[in-house]
Design a protein around this ligand. Structure first.
Ligand code: FEO
Length: 393
């Protein structure tokens, strides 16, 4: 349980949660890490903690390079429990340490924990803190993705400790992106963005702008989940993709999402797919019986067209479709064109509930399409004509 040096006198003291398969609804087949960093200097500084249940490992790594009584500052970039869960335990071992956070961070810490006796240094964007040979510069990134979220830049090392930003739920032997297959790491960064940061594209664009305004020259990005981006090429690649994803991608792709009971909606999904293929539009199709919602959401980053199909069950949305709609609605993808379709046995109308989500998200759309029981060839032709109307939007 040793600390690992990532820059001279700056150590990774985080933990790897190999067994994590789910993160509040987000499927995490590769596990995750909670990265915590320790800077050895005149004023020893810890940046971020870990989940409470993995505290022992974090504490052992810290203890391998310093004594807790020597820690002067604990920077809390974000109060969500995966980064601050063990801060109370650390504060018991290092009661002399001052918490460095922003106003929203202090409020959130006080709302979560018994913080009696804790001392704070409250920062805002542009503030800096000299800890000896290192200067920490701070950038608050409110709602990226909590009100308290912020990032810490170590000026002399051109190192951005970015917390959730640029992270990946990806546990591996590696510590750096360059030690792992690049495409797989980037896929996981994209999945992370789609499932955690999707609603906050404006805030992501603003953070990128602020980093530019502050003149941050970034050569390494060490997030609080996953692997560390190092070197101008890797840093440029992840910053470039964030700029693209924050703009909601929209590479003109089509995404078909459906579930099925006796094959009717599956047949219609296949018919919709054929229309997109004939039109030369890249298309992916996800059946919710076998795909996790978080896997589906990644494709929404690139999609212009969204087609969602529901098999009516007891005059309601099918449960997996309802669950997907709730998850997708919360992530608030913008600038899409939607078509809701479905099948029913006794009573039509449920498909309007999908349309209501499209309307609430402000999407363009065409009239929903529903058919009783099994769609015959004439129905398929009318449905495909509706998909062609969608493509014209
Ligand atoms: Fe990784 Fe918002 O916590």
């Amino acid at each position: 349980m040793d600390a690992k040096e990532i820059k001279p006198s700056i150590y990774w003291v985080g933990v790897k949660d190999w067994n994590l398969t789910e993160f509040h609804g987000y499927s995490t087949p590769h596990g995750s890490t909670y990265n915590s960093y320790l800077i050895l200097d005149e004023k020893i500084t810890l940046v971020d903690g870990v989940k409470a249940y993995m505290s022992k490992e974090n504490l052992a790594r810290i203890a391998s390079v310093t004594d807790f009584s020597k820690i002067a500052y604990i920077v809390v970039n974000h109060v969500e429990m995966d980064h601050s869960g063990n801060i109370p335990e650390i504060m018991k071992l290092a009661p002399q340490a001052k918490i460095v956070t922003n106003t929203a961070g202090k409020m959130a810490l006080e709302a979560h924990f018994d913080t009696a006796g804790w001392e704070y240094q409250i920062i805002k964007t542009g503030d800096s803190l000299n800890i000896g040979a290192h200067t920490l510069e701070f950038m608050t990134t409110p709602m990226l993705h909590w009100p308290d979220s912020m990032m810490t830049y170590v000026k002399e090392d051109k190192l951005l400790l970015s917390n959730d930003g640029f992270g990946q739920h990806f546990a591996s032997d590696a510590l750096f992106v360059k030690e792992a297959p690049f495409d797989i790491v980037m896929e996981n960064a994209k999945s992370y963005y789609a499932n955690i940061l999707f609603p906050f594209g404006c805030q992501a664009e603003k953070a990128l702008q602020t980093a530019g305004d502050l003149g941050l020259d970034i050569e390494m990005i060490a997030p609080s989940h996953g692997l560390i981006w190092s070197g101008k090429d890797e840093v440029g690649a992840i910053l470039g993709n964030y700029a693209k994803w924050a703009g909601c991608g929209n590479e003109g792709k089509a995404v078909i999402v459906y579930d099925t009971m006796w094959g009717a909606t599956a047949t219609m999904a296949e018919a919709a797919m054929a229309v997109f293929q004939d039109a030369g539009i890249p298309v992916v199709k996800h059946c919710l019986a076998v795909k996790n919602v978080s896997e589906v959401m990644v494709d929404f980053l690139d999609a212009k067209y969204v087609v969602i199909g529901n098999p009516t069950l007891n005059n309601q949305l099918f449960p997996r479709v309802a669950g997907f709609l709730t998850y997708m609605h919360g992530l608030q993808p913008k600038n899409k064109a939607g078509l809701a379709f479905g099948s029913y046995g006794w009573k039509p109308g449920v498909v309007k509930k999908i349309q209501e989500v499209f309307d609430d998200l402000g999407w363009q759309s065409v009239e929903p399409f529903e058919e009783k029981y099994t769609p015959k060839s004439d129905v398929i032709e009318r449905f495909q004509e509706r998909v062609r109307e969608l493509i014209k939007l």
